[in-house]
Design a protein around this ligand. Sequence first.
Ligand code: ZN
Length: 442
Amino acid sequence: MWKKQKYWNPVMETLSHDKIRDLQLRKFRKIFEWSYERSKFHRALYDKAGIRPHEIRSFEDIRRIPTVEKSMMRDIQRKDPFPYGDALCVPLDEVAEFRQTSGTTGQPVYQADTWQDWEWWSECWSYILWAQEYRPTDRVFLPFGYNVFVAFWAGHYAVERIGAEIVPGGVLDTQARILKIQELRCTAMMATPTYVLGMADTARRMGIDPASLGIRKITCAGEPGASIPTTKKRMQDAWGARVYDHAGATEIGAWCFECSAQSGGLHVNEAFFLVEIQDVETGEYIEEPGRRGKMIITALDRQAQPCIRFDSKDIIEWSNEPCPCGRTFRSITGGVVGRADDITKVKGVLLSPSAIEEVVRGIDGLGDEFEVIVDKDGDIDRITLKVEILKGREGERKQIEAKLKDQLRLKTNLGYILEFHDFGKLPRYDVKAKRFKDLRKH
Ligand SMILES: [Zn+2]
């Protein structure tokens, strides 16, 4: 009968806000003490700040605790206990899983998990899948290269945990994956938005309409696309499926998810994570909805290599809308709206790559691919945007160009050099795309 229930955990997901806050505070104190007692790295950090575990009694006290940056984790690794370094809180023989970050922003960071941590990962993902209406009747295809990266590994185990069926599409190429989905009549899949669109494109070239394949739910991660309305629409239209966003990270865990209400926000899994939002300029903490800042996050239950007040650089904002799904976990509007590192100034104006994506994907007649190059013409910043025109729409180029120019100016307040390419000419990516290049930094 439990399989008919609306929530994966009906108690936790409907707990009153006050009770969730109590639980978070209690869990925080526990993980903080755990790390202080067991890891040299954490003890040195907190001793230096003059903070002891017994002094943590409120959320204000928590804000006095120093944050941890990715670079600090890089500095301690490859030392004893090898290869994780002294942020490790368990003996090496209790480590059951190795993963590492992708290293897109520098040298990869290693991450250790115990078996209990790994169970926690898949429990977090079970909340996600259940909220996105995955049920035991689903047959879920996973088109990702099973590897040292955490990616969809925990999604894989959560499919088993909720009682659905998993089809691991590891080393197959895209065409073989599409044929496998067709052959087995899979009903759901998980991938990056770039790959979801790429697969649709490949299917069409094989003469198969992706919407005919029977995939009805797609869970996205790794890129913000599923929370960018125009990209989401392209994916949903192509596959005839509901496309959901989720955000997670190797060092953090699977901390937020979109639910089947698709209300434009993502729920933070507040049973397992404490999210704080900090103003990037002033350092002030933001409680009110609608104001953006960077996320400081604590994984409240992760033990081997704890994540305590991790400065994620993700830009988010609280929503104040209660979600129609009835979950009491707070939501963030529009998911992760950017990265503190990515948002760059061009001609003195803040530019977020997601804003350009939203415009390009919203224009009928343009392909899914695009590329943005920022460089300098003498002393002046210059942005080139390369787009592809769909086959058969070349004749409408003038109208499409005018619309693109208008929308870009409206949404980003900047002017661009526009380059139109034939469909299929821009680079394609298998996992995460590298569509934004800032050449001024080199
Ligand atoms: Zn909801």
